[in-house]
Design a protein around this ligand. Structure first.
Ligand SMILES: *[C@@H]1O[C@H](CO)[C@@H](O)[C@H](O)[C@H]1NC(C)=O
Length: 181
């Protein structure tokens, strides 16, 4: 019985986060990700969530660090009537710098996989939906990514087993909000 419990516990711990699959930016400092951002590219293990109308098709606008170590992440999202609305979630800090949790259609783990001077790679894992979403963010007003950012993004997609047919390039599609919407 004890052995069974032990192996169940280990199984659960592994299911939650595999460090091989989701590394966190070494020496992560929250100040480095603070401020305005925009989402350039998305990838997901289930393509439907990042397509038009999908729950994870989000256009991030900013990250603000709160005094208690949590972060306020704001983004635009098209609601069921096709209108762009601004929303936010509060990422709650964990014992691991660069790793946050929040509730959105179940429990999500947000990991800052890579942080550069002009980009960041964010990984979202939703255990209830058995889903992984990868986002490439850049600093506005740039709508392009530097080679190190692109390389970090591609590398993480392959770690996650997400192929190029399961990605969306938001620069070439109707952005939310778009001028006049
Ligand atoms: C998070 O940011 C949004 C947008 O700026 C704001 O409306 C909201 O009150 C903030 N929430 C917290 C808890 O800071």
């Amino acid at each position: 019985m004890k052995l069974l419990l032990l192996s169940l516990g280990l199984g659960l711990a592994c299911a939650l986060q595999d460090p091989e699959e989701v590394p966190v930016q070494p020496g992560f400092r929250p100040e480095e990700v603070e401020g305005p951002w925009q989402t350039l590219k998305l990838g997901a293990t289930d393509r439907s969530v990042i397509e038009e109308g999908g729950a994870y098709r989000c256009f991030m606008t900013s990250i603000r660090n709160l005094g208690n170590g949590n972060m306020n992440v704001t983004y635009f999202h098209r609601n069921e009537h096709g209108k762009c609305v601004e929303e936010f979630f509060i990422g709650e800090k964990t014992d691991t710098p660069g790793l946050y949790t929040f509730e959105y259609k179940g429990k999500n783990t947000l990991t800052f996989v890579a942080v550069g001077s002009d980009f960041t790679i964010m990984d979202f894992q939703n255990d209830n939906l058995d889903l992984a979403v990868v986002e490439l963010q850049v600093r506005p007003p740039s709508l392009s990514v530097s080679p190190p950012g692109q390389e970090a993004y591609s590398k993480h997609l392959s770690r996650r087993g997400i192929g190029s047919d399961n990605t969306e390039d938001l620069t070439v599609q109707a952005r939310c909000p778009s001028p006049g919407s």
